[in-house]
Design a protein around this ligand. Sequence first.
Ligand SMILES: Nc1ncnc2c1ncn2[C@@H]1O[C@H](COP(=O)(O)OP(=O)(O)OP(=O)(O)O)[C@@H](O)[C@H]1O
Ligand SMILES: [Mg+2]
Length: 241
Amino acid sequence: MEMLLQIEGIDASYGKRQILHEISMNLSRGEKVLLIGPNGAGKTTLLKTVIGLLPPGNGAVNYLGEDITGDSVRTRVRKGISYLLQTENIVPGLTVEENLALGGYFLSKQELEKRKNMVLDSMEFLKPKLKTRAGLMSGGERQGLALSMILMRNPKVLLLDEPSAGLAPKAAKEIIERLDKIQAAFQVETVCMVEHNLKLALKWATKIILLVQGRVVLVSDSPKSFIQQPEELEKYFFEQV
Ligand SMILES: Nc1ncnc2c1ncn2[C@@H]1O[C@H](COP(=O)(O)OP(=O)(O)OP(=O)(O)O)[C@@H](O)[C@H]1O
Ligand SMILES: [Mg+2]
């Protein structure tokens, strides 16, 4: 499998407090990676270093064989890496249409229109809501909009931080089940998702990475085996914390 994103020995800190310790992982073309771990393990922090919101103290991020550790967030987004924030990922006071335009802020007017139509074909529930203020929609619709904003950027790598957080079970199921279709329709090469909803996410993933206290403690290429033996995963979760 061709390597897309390579994370090499990342350390990251907030002030003096080190959160990530020598994190290394590879995301290959076609892979669907589920990043799990207890609250505070450093999952969001890791995604932030990959997208460039937090500079690592040590280590490197390579994308398609190129060292992008020094690139700004904007440059990384233009290169094809996009990140769904865990919170505050839409602008509630703007309409759905305005939010989509914000998602594709660097596109020409013509490209924006084309891309918007493409996104709406996959996210059909947003079509009748284009003029609705985003903050007035349900949680599921807002998360769908947040994902749509990212798709406006033609991403090759999608980093999703708990897309189903705070959603009702039905909406959570819908958003995760929609991912495969989206990945195919938009030719997204790889997705790395943080998700606490293990039952749903293990069905989706081709690889799991478990992070505990800022370290990788398990990498498995057979995530589906954990659906049958959830206690195995719990063992890692609870014994290593
Ligand atoms: N901006 C910040 N400044 C200082 N410390 C932070 C900051 N953001 C997170 N932390 C701390 O870093 C550690 C890792 O946090 P992080 O948000 O990466 O965890 P997480 O695995 O995403 O957790 P969750 O499952 O709750 O989202 C936690 O101890 C947290 O308190
Ligand atoms: Mg988090």
